[in-house]
Ligand binder design. Structure first.
Ligand code: GLN
Length: 464
């Protein structure tokens, strides 16, 4: 089912949102126990659906009215728990709606539950959640990717029609790739971060999952927009926005040297051929600084993480462990509340920002980040798109890479540039491995080039 199809049936009266929502709730009852995609299913889902049906009857329906959507657990919904899959926020209830939630409610979407994720969005496999791993519906012994793994699985196994995740570095594109879905990382600033539990402020962006490019486009159009409550929220400069119809694709082959799985590579080459046949012009490009993307990301992100997570101290909200004095309360609360990966990043980030190292690491990383940005701006004078595999491997086994953080970090190798530079990127299903695991390619475009990505995405869908 797609939004397009469901929307048509809803408007024609062939189905009600109550019926549609009930079907998804039934799937949740049947599948969620094993897959662990939802941390909570909202008991008022059918009431929301009833209200949506009222709007549809009155002719007040928009594209998302009556559509069941799942929400990652780091996006605030007023009156609901938002735990970011951490123990430290186990009992935290949001006191307001995130901007994107307000938009969804205004549109009449049915918010059916909150989904599992890596703790505070740190991870690529949804295994660092304090609430258990989420399983990949294509092979239950494998991870769904992360950090928005719960949202990806919800859509991939028909427990929601579409879902929201967040990206700091690939957390929607990578699980979209592992679960056979479309995932869009919008231009930094196009979707408000107000009401998102921050990981890396200069990188975070709410990002939708769907089964088709059109569905992702529909959700994006509802949630994007200027928000006074987020100082980094921007109105797109229309003159810079893609004119549409560009057909030059650049491929940075040199970035694939290290460790791309053979089946991923073969599939990527096949996808390139299909695009050639569809009339696209393929050129080789050089992005010499981009090989430092991952190193840069793993300095800037932990620095921002250590700052953002200092607010979880047992004083204002969240878990609290009593101690002998203030510092003892902090220590006991944070030791008990955070998981190992979160602690690792807080420690790394605190070191990076400490006296004597700030210049050597943090400032240097920002200079490299700017060099990467410039490199991309220059390349986009010559090409309309940059194409890479979305991930270097298909979904890996549960437990794999858990003891080797660097191997886990390497999952982000093709994701990092778009988050560091702020450009939009889309992950698209491109086939399956011989063992039946989904494969994916990614396209990046210049700032505000979402429409170009939707265009090429639809073209690519036609070649499948
Ligand atoms: N794999 C990335 C990380 O571990 C995911 C971050 C994200 O996009 N939330 O940092």
């Amino acid at each position: 089912m797609t939004i397009e199809k469901a929307g048509e049936m809803l408007r024609k009266g062939e189905i009600t949102s109550v019926e549609l929502t009930s079907a998804y709730l039934k799937n949740i009852t049947e599948k969620n126990k094993e897959l662990n995609s939802f941390l909570e299913v909202f008991s008022d889902s059918l009431e929301q659906a009833k209200r949506a049906d009222g709007r549809i009857k009155n002719g007040e329906a928009g594209g998302l009215t009556g559509i069941p959507i799942a929400i990652k657990d780091n996006i605030l919904i007023q009156g609901r728990t938002a735990s970011a899959a951490s123990k430290i926020l186990e009992n935290y209830v949001a006191s307001y709606d995130a901007y994107v939630i307000k938009k969804l409610k205004d549109a009449g979407a049915v918010i059916i539950g909150r989904t599992n994720m890596d703790e505070f969005a740190m991870g690529s496999s949804t295994q660092t959640s304090a609430y258990g791993v989420t399983r990949n519906p294509y092979d239950k012994n494998r991870v769904p990717g992360g950090s928005s793994g719960g949202s990806a699985v919800a859509v991939a196994s028909d427990m929601a029609l579409v879902a929201l995740g967040t990206e700091t570095c690939g957390s929607v594109r990578q699980p979209a790739s592992f679960c056979g879905l479309v995932g869009l990382k919008p231009t930094y600033g196009r979707v408000s971060r107000n009401g998102i539990i921050a990981m890396g402020n200069s990188l975070d962006q709410v990002s939708p999952f769907g089964k088709t490019v059109k569905d992702v486009e529909t959700v994006f159009n509802v949630i994007q927009g200027k928000d006074e409550m987020d100082a980094t929220s921007i109105v797109p400069h229309l003159e810079e926005e893609g004119a549409g119809g560009g057909n030059v694709i650049g491929i940075p082959w040199h970035l694939f040297d290290s460790g791309v799985d053979k089946e991923v590579m073969d599939n990527f080459k096949e996808s390139v051929e299909k695009l050639k046949n569809a009339g696209y012009k393929i050129v080789d490009i050089d992005l010499p600084y981009s090989k430092y993307s991952l190193a840069t990301y793993y300095i800037i992100m932990p620095a921002e993480v250590s700052t953002n997570l200092s607010r979880f101290d047992g004083v204002r909200y969240g878990l609290r462990k009593e101690g002998e004095n203030v510092s003892d309360v902090y220590k006991k609360t944070r030791s008990a509340g955070f998981g190992a990966e979160t602690k690792r990043r807080i420690i790394l980030g605190t070191f990076i920002l400490s006296h004597g190292y700030y210049d050597a690491y943090y400032n240097k990383a920002w200079r490299v980040r700017n060099a990467i940005k410039e490199e991309f701006q220059n390349i986009f004078k010559k090409v309309d798109f940059i194409m890479t595999p979305t991930t270097p491997t298909p979904a890996f086994k549960i437990g794999e890479k858990l003891d080797d953080p660097v191997a886990m970090y390497l999952c982000d190798i093709f994701s990092a540039p778009a988050n560091l530079t702020g450009i939009p990127a889309i992950a698209l299903p491109s086939g399956f491995t011989s063992g039946g695991l989904p494969l994916s390619v990614q396209f990046m475009a210049k700032h505000f080039g979402e429409n170009d990505l939707f265009l090429i995405g639809k073209k690519f869908e036609e070649t499948r």
